[in-house]
Design a protein around this ligand. Structure first.
Ligand code: AMP
Length: 278
C-alpha cells in the first residue's frame, strides 16, 4: 500500500494511474478502523481497479471540542488493517495540508442540514461537505463508498454532488454490526462494559420497530420506541424518528421509503443507528 500525506504527491501519483485508464474507488474515514470500514473497502475493491482510503479526523465537522480531542487515532494499527484488506493507497494528511488558516465554507444544503443530526450537531454537515468536497477534488475517484450507518450523511453528500455537478458515483453500503446487534463505530471503544450492555437498546428497538411496522401506527411505534429507550438506564435519547428516507420528513401512511433513525448518549458516548423499514 502506498501512503501519502501531501496533496501534491498523491495527485501526481493518481494522475499517472488515471492516464493508464485505471478506475478508482474511494472510502473516506476518520480512522480507528473496524469491520464496517473494511466492508466499504471490500466493496470498492470489487468494483474498481484501485482502492483509495483516506484517514483524516476532520476538525470542521466536530461541534464538540472534547469529542475531537478524544477521538481515537490508532494510525499504525489502521495502516496494518488497510494493508491486510488490500487497500492500494492511503491518504493521511495533516490538518494544515487540508485547511488554510481561517478558511470558511458554506454550501446551501437546504433544510436537510438542520433536521435530525443537524439539530443536535449544528454545523456538522457543513464540515462534512467541506472535507468530502476537498477529498473528491484531490483524489478524483470514479466511485465513493459511504455507510448507511450515517444515513443522513449519505443524503447530504448526494445533495452536494448534485448541486456542484461533481463527477463521482456514490454507493451506500449496509451497516455492519457486532454479533449482539450494536452497530460498529469507532466511538464504541469509549463505551464502558455497562454502557455496552445498555447500548443494545438502540438496535433492539430499531429491530422491534421494523418487525412491527404498520403504516397506520407510525406515531404509536415512535412513542413506544421512545418509551423503551428512555426506560433504559444510562441512556439519554436525543431522537427516535420514523421518516421518509428521501426528505427526512416525518413518515406518514403513504410513505414508501421509511427509515427509522436514532441518536442517543450512552454514558458519555453519543451513538447513532438506523434501519431501513421498507
Ligand atoms: P467514519 O470513520 O466514522 O467517518 O466512517 C467512515 C465511513 O464508514 C462512513 O461512510 C461511515 O458511514 C462508514 N461506517 C461507519 N460505521 C459503519 C458500519 N458499522 N457499517 C458500515 N459502514 C460504516
Amino acid at each position: 500500500m502506498r501512503v501519502f500525506t501531501t496533496t501534491l504527491e498523491i495527485q501526481q501519483y493518481l494522475a499517472d494511474l488515471r492516464n493508464k485508464g485505471l478506475s478508482a474507488g474511494f472510502v473516506a474515514t476518520m480512522g480507528a478502523l473496524h469491520q464496517g470500514h473494511l466492508s466499504l473497502i471490500q466493496q470498492a475493491k470489487k468494483d474498481n481497479d484501485l482502492v483509495i482510503c483516506s484517514i483524516f479526523v476532520n476538525p470542521t465537522q466536530f461541534n464538540d471540542p472534547a469529542d475531537l480531542e478524544k477521538y481515537p487515532r490508532p494510525i499504525a494499527h489502521d495502516t496494518q488493517m488497510l494493508e491486510q484488506a488490500g487497500c492500494d493507497i492511503l491518504f493521511n494528511p495533516e490538518v494544515t495540508e487540508m485547511y488554510a488558516d481561517n478558511e470558511h465554507w458554506h454550501l446551501a444544503l437546504g433544510e436537510i442540514e438542520h433536521l435530525l443530526e443537524g439539530k443536535f450537531r449544528p454545523g456538522h454537515y457543513q464540515g462534512v461537505t467541506q472535507v468530502v468536497y476537498k477529498l473528491f477534488n484531490i483524489l478524483k475517484p470514479n466511485t465513493a463508498y459511504f455507510g448507511q450507518k450515517d444515513y443522513q450523511q449519505v443524503m447530504v453528500i448526494t445533495k452536494m454532488v448534485e448541486l456542484l455537478n461533481l463527477p463521482v458515483k456514490l454507493i451506500m453500503c449496509p451497516i455492519l454490526r457486532e454479533e449482539d446487534g450494536l452497530a460498529m463505530s469507532s466511538r464504541n471503544i469509549h463505551l464502558t462494559a455497562e454502557d455496552r450492555l445498555h447500548s443494545l437498546i438502540l438496535s433492539k428497538t430499531l429491530n422491534w420497530v421494523k418487525k412491527n411496522f404498520d403504516s397506520n401506527k407510525i406515531a404509536d411505534l415512535r412513542d413506544k420506541a421512545t418509551e423503551a429507550i428512555n426506560a433504559e438506564d444510562g441512556v439519554s435519547l436525543e431522537y427516535f424518528e420514523l421518516v421518509d428516507g428521501d426528505s427526512l420528513h416525518a413518515a406518514n401512511q403513504g410513505t414508501k421509503n421509511v427509515v427509522a433513525l436514532v441518536a442517543a448518549r450512552v454514558g458519555k458516548t453519543r451513538l447513532i443507528d438506523n434501519v431501513l423499514i421498507n
